[in-house]
Design a protein around this ligand. Structure first.
Ligand code: DX5
Ligand code: ZN
Length: 242
């Protein structure tokens, strides 16, 4: 049995999209989530914002717990000082928890603590630990953390809102990140988050990314099922051509 079954499971089907629920129609969230399952989406990205780490406030553990879905819960914590709050997100059913290196003084301790938790949905599943970097944070910060995680996310927008523009320097950061991970001979999933739409998803998928977070391009209030299918096809086409 691999020691990180969830990492193996995602690695087998990557590259894949993780759909951001921030712009979903909350008045019909159940049917919107069912549409994602119908489309074959595997990851649901929940942006947790506390209004301190970034300007917006969004949702917390109670919302995450209330999400009844077979999709894996990919929780993006944009909150100050996550250390003592981790347990409530684990209890809410997080499968993947990503914290910001900029959000606390002891980020290494946060990753150590995350390693101790058991997945509430399935004790054998494990919880994937991720670090996210804002666009202005140098990649070098990840070097001392590389033994303590399974995912790195680069934000392609400044955190706080869906629907922003993809920051072009992200592409060069992604290739440098890839190089750092291969130099360290580590098996770490690389993700990119923010500003990914129908217009650029094929280009982004060709940037050797494992997880592509896309929110408002899917939950646009018009055709989430078609949008999800479009984004998934674009990612699998790019993977075939790679
Ligand atoms: C930004 C969030 C992103 C964002 C993605 O702070 O971390 O996940 O909501 O939304 P789109 O795909 O609309 O940029
Ligand atoms: Zn996010």
């Amino acid at each position: 049995m691999p020691d990180k079954p969830l990492l193996e499971q995602i690695r087998k089907v990557s590259p894949l999209i993780s759909v951001g629920v921030l712009t979903a129609d909350l008045m019909s969230l159940g049917s919107e989530l069912k549409l994602m399952d119908t489309a074959g989406v595997k990851l649901l990205h929940v942006d947790v914002m506390d209004g301190c780490f970034c300007p917006m406030m969004t949702v917390g553990p109670a919302f995450i717990k209330a999400l009844k879905t077979p999709l894996l819960k990919d929780i993006h914590l944009m909150i100050e000082d996550p250390l003592d709050k981790l347990e409530s997100y684990v209890a809410a059913g997080a499968d993947m928890i990503t914290v910001h290196v900029e959000s606390c003084r002891h980020i290494h301790r946060v990753l150590q603590k995350l390693r101790e938790f058991t997945n509430t949905n399935d004790p054998d599943r494990g919880i994937l630990r991720g670090i996210a970097l804002n666009p202005g944070t140098p990649l070098e910060v990840i070097t001392p953390l590389i033994d303590e995680l399974e995912m790195f996310f680069l934000l392609a927008v400044n955190p706080g809102w869906g629907g922003q523009k993809f920051i072009p320097s992200t592409q060069q950061r992604l290739s440098r990140l890839r190089q750092m991970i291969s130099d360290a001979k580590k098996d770490i999933l690389v993700g990119v988050d923010g500003g990914i739409t129908r217009d650029n998803i094929a280009d982004v998928a060709r940037m050797d990314v494992d997880i592509i977070v896309t929110g408002s391009a899917v939950f646009d209030g018009k055709a989430p099922l078609d949008n999800a299918r479009f984004m998934m096809d674009a990612v699998s086409d790019a993977a075939k051509k790679a």
